[in-house]
Design a binder for this molecule. Structure first.
Ligand code: SAM
Length: 287
């Protein structure tokens, strides 16, 4: 894509560093300097980045954050329609990735206008790429729910999730979420990446059981991405195998509750469906 302002109006999402200032690309710098308007998640925060790089934007910085994204989108559309080069940045990393941006992008596309990107850092891909876990197929969950019930629903869904799972986590909640996960999937491998590209960059790797203990024993500070192994082979357990395990337990006189809990633990299958199957078997088989 030709980046000179005369090439027609467009919105360009520009990635900025997630820590190390050296990760701002030459192209990003040029776009920031030449744009007709730069929309920032937080203009004060972005000014620090600009002064570190000696960038002087041609115009006043504009705000585009989660509370004004709809109104700001209308302005962006007007500008792009007039032929302006509009740049969008967030506080760190790639705009729209657990950051404002997705709504303005959709609005500009809906208006039949051009959206482009100057790609660069994003914490999720940086963490995945050095996690040591499979990278071919993955799923990004953003931030986990704040309520225990929301997190439990995510974990339940991940029993059958074969792809590598990525989520962002705050240092205050890390010990809780890893402790919960270790109870559900103690043997799955995990990589906890913190302060990527910064002075105190560190990646804790191991089974969930081991890493949860490490995290419980000492504070893990800073910005954090968790990369969790998917279910792999265990998710492909067939209904016949689950039914056989349930029948065997029921035949041994175990309670419905115990036989379901044991089967879920041993086969890594979903609790709700296993419970429903056990109820059906008990009726059908008269067990
Ligand atoms: N747009 C950003 C991106 O592309 O990665 C993500 C923004 S989100 C609001 C901020 C979260 O990203 C942090 O709470 C942390 O989970 C993760 N993050 C950002 N920078 C990081 C870094 N240097 N190391 C580890 N995680 C980071």
């Amino acid at each position: 894509m030709n980046d000179t302002p005369s090439t027609g109006g467009r919105l360009v999402l520009v990635a900025t560093p997630i820590g190390n200032l050296g990760d701002l690309s030459r192209r990003a710098l040029t776009l920031l300097e030449t744009a007709d308007a730069v929309y920032c998640e937080d203009t004060r925060h972005s000014r620090t980045l600009f002064s570190a790089h000696g960038v002087t934007p041609r115009h006043r910085l504009m705000a585009l954050h989660e509370h004004n994204e709809n109104a700001a989108s209308a302005q962006v559309i007007e500008r792009v329609t007039r032929g302006e080069l509009v740049v969008l940045i967030s506080d760190a990393g790639t705009p729209g990735i657990s950051d404002p941006g997705a709504r303005v992008v959709a609005a500009v596309i809906d208006a039949g206008l051009v959206v482009s990107s100057a790609p660069g850092p994003t914490a999720m891909i940086a963490a995945l790429s050095i996690s040591g876990l499979p990278t071919e197929r993955f799923v990004m969950e953003g931030f986990l729910g704040r309520k225990a019930g929301e997190r439990a629903a995510s974990y339940e869904a991940w029993r059958r999730e074969e792809r590598t799972i990525i989520f962002y986590e705050s240092p205050q909640r890390l010990a809780t979420s890893l402790g919960e996960l270790a109870r559900v999937f103690p043997a799955r491998r995990v990589a906890v990446a913190r302060e990527l590209t910064k002075l105190h960059e560190e990646v804790l790797r191991g089974t969930l059981a081991d890493v949860a203990v490490m995290v419980a024993q000492r504070p893990v500070l800073g910005e954090i991405v968790v990369v969790l192994e998917g279910a792999g082979e265990r998710a492909r357990v067939s209904d016949d195998v689950v039914a056989a395990a349930l029948r065997e337990g029921l035949a041994r006189g175990l309670s419905l509750r115990d036989v379901v809990a044991r089967t879920v633990d041993e086969l890594g299958v979903a609790h709700r469906e296993t419970y429903a199957m056990a109820l059906r078997l008990r009726v059908d088989d008269g067990a």
